[in-house]
Design a protein around this ligand. Structure first.
Ligand code: BES
Ligand code: ZN
Length: 875
């Protein structure tokens, strides 16, 4: 009896989950798609014919469709056309066609005439406005929104070719995935019809259209024409983008060993865009901030971001567009790969940017996301659009990239590249899964990739590797144990069942900082012994900093290693060590003082990104772990720590200075002003902010952001008004974004209230609503206020971006470190469901809880450590 019941439950659950998927009785092969937007009525009309291959005789077909109104639907096969009866299911986002006579197996076609709204939700086929108020229409289909523009088999495995035709205003440029084959006047006066060549075989989420007044810059790489499109007046800000796009394309032609598979490449900067960028086949769309740079007026950090975003999306043209994951449960394949690749590519022409150090920093952050109980495995089932959208997170991107980087370093870059080439050739114009990738890599390398990868792809979380080493008979005996790392002390203490196959690179050194041995091994058991030649004074377990794991050491050996950190470890290893020690501190394996000690040893640290890792953690401590009794002491301690570096760096940018030094100056001065509340950087920043408002060129671009952030801290209404006015004036995306976010950094609640109101005011671009609110939520002075605003305006906020970007705000609640706020968040979302942020909410609640616990654990400890270490002396 019980058995039967379980069986029924399992079967109905199966049906329920599969319900969001299309039945497999027909497969599309080709689409003919005509679309005509009407900007006055904010609507469009469309006609779609889908050639399909019917698998077995049927009278029913199901396609995806959402918010479309149908005028006609028919099915034809063998020259016989049948009118179809259409049933829409708005919840499942499907349309079911029924015909009287069964359609036999073989080729057939579905035909639809329909209309839809040009929406304001930044998804599907949506409306935007350029700064002159002129409307444009553009698509954003990933993950499940092509169905809002045309009826289709909207799943990544249904690849087909597309013939696209658009009827638009005469003055509109029309861009799509393929080249234009004809452009003729009509059918009405003031219109033209643009027909595109047949596209390559591709998934529906990669179809793109952009219809509006655009201008462009043109270049080429290896014979492929490349254009940067912008709204009128901005094309000159696309120079750097064109250069990076040309380099990227040429780089990938060589790396993948397959020439760029499409006929042209367009990169389109849009003033209204929900994500950062989108890899539509040969027609990549961008938020302006992620594509355009004002010549001579942008920071290196921003140019890095633009270069990496471009490289990321161009890498997708092969990894994602040419070869596509079979289903969204392998989204990490797309996003992890593109994320790994973006730095590898850009580093090849910009080695001075040292992107490998930014990557090491990012891995520390990713490991902390993976340390939550509510993280998820890289391979993660997802059925509903909301579940799918939630997968675009730090795990798919950051962990995906980190695991690939670890594997590349284990196999060697050449073997890894060959494996990737084999994989791409095998699945070109088709689909693949995670295991297809590691099968190709295992085959080419003859290494146990198929043993290692499942442990990182199917299991959630990351291991902490505990290292103990001792010396005997001129050998170093190393014991390593592995255990899943949780940020939560109790969960970490309880241990888990997980076991990973971890490629670990060990490095030992003597007491003068010289390397004694370096060797990579595969840790496959819960606890395992290894031997290194020579007698090591210290042994570290992430040589090269390519491992996706946390290392933990005995306090004494950590101290030995730390004596001469700069000679013993390279900058990437130092970054990871700071992250490792912080992880040990979080779970109480080591006291907070051990991290602060390590920090004290970095007073002369020459590497910018190492300093960044350090200052980021000092900020976290200052924002969250100090209390009214020890705050001043902590500020003094940080002042003492950072003043020497800050004085050495000063505020003047010397001619010919490296980008690294400029970035480091900005970081140190910011932390000194913000976390240490040192008055000097604050005054300097206020002065410079005034100068920049008069003349933006008065301040070096590397300093603009921190100048406004610091000035805002104690800024008054007069400063606020000036920033706001300048923000409304500028047409440079970087400057706009800096000024906008500065409005979230003020200390005065009245001004922060204005910022919150601004974020949902008419005329404010809805693409900026979630980031601006989230910025107020990360300002300690604005948390309570922002939360009250969010909870009382939730419906408006959700509406502003199709519900999707509300996850940015849910995520930002994870920065609260207060049990009262946590209760309010938990209570609020038990009543207001955010289906696109369910896991995000659980993670945010967990982060808040862990932070509150850590604050309590360190309450008295911080005070006594600071008294002992001179924190209070400056009082
Ligand atoms: N495929 C994504 C765009 C996307 C993101 C679509 C979320 C749907 C939901 C694109 O390749 C991407 O990853 N964009 C990033 C920028 C990139 C440089 C990390 C983004 O939009 O943040
Ligand atoms: Zn991507």
């Amino acid at each position: 009896m019980r058995r039967v019941w379980v069986l029924v439950a399992v079967v109905s659950l199966g049906i329920f989950c599969a319900a969001q998927r299309l039945p497999e009785e027909a497969v599309p092969t080709h689409y003919r798609l005509s679309i005509a937007p009407n900007f006055n009525s904010e609507s469009f009309s469309g006609e779609t014919t889908i050639d399909i291959e019917v698998k077995s005789a049927t009278t029913e077909f199901v396609v995806n469709a959402a918010e479309l109104t149908f005028q006609e639907a028919s099915v034809s096969s063998g020259g016989h056309v049948q009118k179809a009866q259409l049933t829409l299911d708005p919840k499942q986002e499907t349309a079911r066609l029924r015909v009287a006579t069964p359609v036999p197996p073989g080729p057939a076609s579905l035909h639809f005439r329909y209309s839809g709204k040009l929406n304001h939700e930044l998804r599907g086929l949506y409306l935007g406005k350029d700064p002159d108020g002129r409307k444009y229409a553009v698509t954003q289909f990933e993950a499940t929104d092509a169905r809002r523009a045309f009826p289709c088999f909207d799943e990544p495995a249904y690849k087909a070719t597309f013939d696209i035709t658009v009827t638009a205003r005469k003055s509109d440029t029309v861009i799509s995935n393929a080249k234009v084959v004809s452009d003729t006047a009509g059918p009405r006066p003031g219109q033209h019809v643009v027909r595109f060549a047949r596209s390559a075989k591709m998934s529906s989420y990669l179809v793109a259209l952009a219809i509006g007044k655009f201008e462009f810059l043109q270049g080429a790489a290896d014979g492929i024409p490349i254009r940067i499109y912008t709204v009128p007046g901005k094309k000159d800000m696309g120079r750097a983008a064109l250069d990076h796009a040309e380099r990227s394309l040429a780089y990938f032609n060589r790396y993948f060993g397959i020439p760029y598979p499409f006929e042209k490449l367009d990169l389109i900067g849009l003033p209204d865009f929900s994500a950062g960028a989108m890899e539509n086949t040969a027609a990549i769309t961008f938020r302006e901030r992620d594509l355009l740079l004002e010549p001579g007026r942008s920071s290196a950090e921003n140019e890095k971001n633009v270069a990496q975003t471009i490289a990321h999306e161009i890498a997708h043209q092969w990894f994602g567009d040419l070869v596509t994951m079979r289903w969204w449960d392998d989204l990490w394949l797309n996003e992890g790969f593109a994320t790994w690749m973006e730095s590898k590519a850009v580093a090849s022409w910009k080695p001075e940017w040292k992107l490998e150090l930014d990557d090491a920093l990012a891995v520390n952050g990713t490991l902390m996301s993976d340390a939550l109980a509510d993280t998820h495995p890289l391979h993660q089932a997802a059925d509903t659009p909301e579940q799918i959208n939630e997968l675009f997170d730090n795990i798919s991107y950051g962990k995906g990239a980190a695991v690939l980087r670890m594997l590349e370093s284990y196999l060697g870059p050449d073997k890894f590249q060959s494996g990737i080439q084999v994989y791409l050739k095998k699945h070109a114009y088709g689909n693949a899964t995670s295991s297809d990738l590691w099968k190709a890599l295992a085959e080419v390398s003859q290494q146990p990739v198929d043993k290692i990868m499942p442990t990182f792809v199917q299991q959630a979380g990351a291991p902490m590797i505990v290292v103990t080493a001792r010396c005997a008979q001129m050998q170093t005996y190393v014991q390593m144990g592995q255990q899943r790392f949780f940020e939560d002390r109790a969960l970490f203490g309880a241990g888990g069942e997980e076991l990973w196959q971890v490629p670990v690179c060990l490095k030992s050194g003597d007491n003068s900082g010289k390397k004694v041995a370096e060797q990579c091994v595969l840790l496959s058991e819960r606890s395992q012994d290894f031997k290194l030649p020579g007698c090591g004074f210290w042994t570290m377990a992430n040589a090269g900093a390519n491992g996706y794991y946390i290392s933990a050491y005995e306090p004494t050996s950590l101290r030995d290693m730390s004596q001469d950190l700069e000679t013993v470890l390279n900058p990437a290893e130092r970054i990871r060590l700071l992250g490792d020690v912080w992880a040990s501190v979080r779970v109480g394996r080591q006291p907070l003082g051990d991290f602060l000690d390590l920090a004290s040893g970095l007073q002369k640290e020459p590497s910018g990104p190492v300093v960044e890792q350090l200052t980021a953690t000092l900020e976290y401590i200052g924002d969250n772990l100090v209390n009214d009794r020890n705050r001043v002491a902590y500020q003094h301690w940080v002042q003492n720590l950072l003043r020497p570096i800050a004085n050495e760096l000063g505020w003047k940018v010397a001619p010919g200075e490296s980008d690294e030094r400029k970035t480091m100056r900005a970081q140190v001065q910011y932390t000194l002003g913000y976390t240490a509340r040192d008055p000097e950087p604050y005054w300097e920043a206020s002065k410079l902010a005034k100068a920049a408002l008069e003349n933006p060129a008065a301040v070096d671009p590397s300093l603009t952001e921190i100048v406004f952030d610091l000035a805002a801290m104690r800024g008054d209404a007069a400063l606020y008004d000036k920033i706001l006015a300048r923000m409304k004036q500028t047409n440079a995306p970087e400057e706009y974004s800096i000024l906008m976010l500065a409005l979230a950094r003020f200390g005065d609640p009245k001004l922060l209230e204005r910022t919150l109101q601004l974020s949902i005011s008419p005329g404010f671009r809805s693409q900026d609503t979630p980031p601006l609110i989230a910025a107020v939520m990360t300002n300690p002075a604005g948390q309570q206020l922002a939360w009250e605003f969010v909870s009382s305006h939730w419906d408006e906020i959700e509406k502003s971006s199709g519900g999707f970007n509300s996850s940015t705000i849910v995520q930002a609640t994870g920065n609260f470190c207060d049990s009262g706020l946590r209760d309010q968040v938990s209570e609020f979302f038990s009543q207001h469901k955010a289906p696109a942020a369910e896991r995000t909410l659980r993670q945010a609640l967990e982060r808040m809880r862990n932070c509150v616990a850590m604050k309590a654990q360190n309450k008295s400890y911080m005070a006594s450590w600071l008294t002992e270490h001179g924190g209070g002396s400056g009082r």
